[in-house]
Design a protein. Structure first.
Lengths: 69, 404
């Protein structure tokens, strides 16, 4: 899985940080910072939840990421 | 109190639940017409009831505007243009702006409400909660939980964050409740809005002179040139009212709900580890904000198979969406151990609640602390005597007499 976030769309609600803190953080300006763009397989469900819960639709996932994920 | 017949369909509840009428509409007529109320004005609006449709409306800022044009037009037709300029709580601000202005303003305040900033506030929130529980213990029951706990805790937190003197609470709590009251006629609304603006204008003036170590001071220091006083006043009112009325009603209504579900109450009291998901479930189940801002369609758009015409008013039912089977199994069952859902109690789209991380923190701290301090907490009056707020933007309780 490959995780991308569009900081031009992000509103800084923080739902991604609450849902998948291993993958997302907020930078000093409050907007999203993807700290693990190729998360391990066991984190993929929480990333998918974060995509659904992102109010602004800023997060996208695609493949492939790291081998085996 | 209003008679039930006066309460619009989308604001009717049976204690904790949306009415069967909403469930029927969700099944048979997911996008239908209702009559909304604001003061002495009644106007038609679409009501969107299904989870997927609600999210579609809230995330489409191109088709649906928050700028209140539809509501304003109905109020103007009934009461004139000058009155119609007063449909927004605190004046035009974040809630009623569309992109790009909304994006600009939201980004100025976003750094204050990040999840990490809220984690750093945790100790202070815990201390505030403990102080109020201490005071309750000293005073002894029976006591009004709204007055002793649910209202003062979030009030003090938002005062410290925003830079509002807590000693002024009697005034801003009274005004906040009035500003959310849809029964208030427009003459009363005008009076309370003017009072509210005068109060916040004085705080802005003080922060212009000596910027404080709080959100108002930070905004003045970092963005004082691009933010005129009018903008700061509107934003300050919005954050002050939004910061205490919502969490206060969740704490009161949530406590009453738990008292009516002793098995669920015991789960949360005995295992604080479930606090995070318990709060999500309480938010989903109670969905205290009925609709949020009524949108205006800016072009013809089809939602749930229904054509909505440009200029029409569109309300989304958050409690209905959160009881839709599309969101979770057995949505009418309260289950504090439920896997967190992607509920819309904080809204969705660009106008998703700015203070959500703060509200979550306050509830995650307050509910378990209250239940653990008073394991024998119980109602001090029969359940049937509890008064629910029926015609407010935010559903909740007038008072909650409890003892232990």
């Amino acid at each position: 899985m490959r995780v991308d976030a569009d900081r031009d769309v992000c509103i800084g609600a923080g739902n991604c940080v609450l849902t998948a803190p291993e993958v997302f953080d907020q930078a000093a300006d409050g907007l999203v910072d993807v700290i693990d763009p190729e998360p391990a397989p066991h984190l993929e469900q929480s990333v998918r939840d974060a995509v659904v819960r992102c109010p602004s639709g800023a997060i996208t996932v695609g493949g492939p990421g790291r081998p085996g994920s | 109190m209003s008679e039930v017949a006066d309460v619009p369909v989308h604001m009717r509840r049976t204690a904790f639940d949306p009415t069967d009428e909403l469930a029927r509409r969700r099944a048979a007529a997911p996008v239908s017409r209702v009559t909304a109320t604001m003061g002495q004005v009644r106007f038609p609006t679409w009501l969107v009831t299904r989870y997927d449709d609600v999210r579609a409306v809230l995330s489409d800022a191109v088709s649906f505007s928050n700028a209140n044009e539809a509501v304003r037009a109905h109020v103007a037709a009934a009461l004139g243009e000058e009155t119609a300029a007063r449909v927004e709580l605190g004046g035009p601000s974040l809630l009623s702006y569309d992109p790009p202005r909304h994006t600009w303003l939201r980004r100025l305040v976003a750094p204050t409400f990040t999840v990490k900033r809220m984690y750093r506030l945790r100790h202070r929130v815990e201390a505030i909660v403990a102080e109020h529980l201490d005071a309750m213990e000293v005073k002894g029951g029976p006591i009004d939980l709204v007055e002793a706990f649910a209202l003062p805790v979030p009030s003090l937190v938002i005062c410290e964050l925003l830079g509002v003197p807590y000693d002024d609470r009697a005034g801003f709590q009274r005004r906040g409740e009035a500003q959310l009251d849809l029964e208030l006629d427009f003459a009363e609304r005008r009076a309370v809005e003017e009072e509210s603006r005068a109060y916040m204008a004085e705080l802005v003036r003080r922060n212009r002179a000596h910027p404080g170590d709080n959100l108002l001071g930070t905004l003045v220091r970092d963005h004082g040139d691009e933010l005129p006083d009018e903008e700061l006043v509107s934003l300050g009112i919005l954050l002050l009212v939004g910061g205490h009325e919502t969490t206060a009603n969740m704490l009161a209504l949530g406590t009453l709900l738990l008292l009516r579900h002793p098995d669920q109450l015991a789960l949360l009291r005995d295992d604080p580890g479930i606090a995070d998901r318990a709060v999500e479930e309480l938010m989903r189940y109670l969905s205290i904000v009925h609709t949020g801002i009524i949108r205006t369609a800016v072009k013809d758009v089809t939602i749930g198979g229904t054509v909505i015409k440009a200029g029409d008013a569109v309300a989304v039912s958050l409690p209905s969406a959160n009881r839709d089977e599309a969101i979770t199994d057995d949505p009418d069952v309260l289950d504090l151990t439920r896997e967190p859902t992607s509920h819309v109690a904080f809204g969705h789209g660009n106008h998703h609640c700015l203070g959500a991380p703060l509200a979550r923190l306050e509830m995650r701290v307050a509910f378990p602390a209250l239940l653990r301090r008073f394991p024998g907490l119980r109602l001090a009056v029969p359940f049937e005597e509890i008064e629910f707020r029926s015609l407010s933007v935010v559903y909740g309780l007038q008072s909650l007499p409890v003892t232990w």
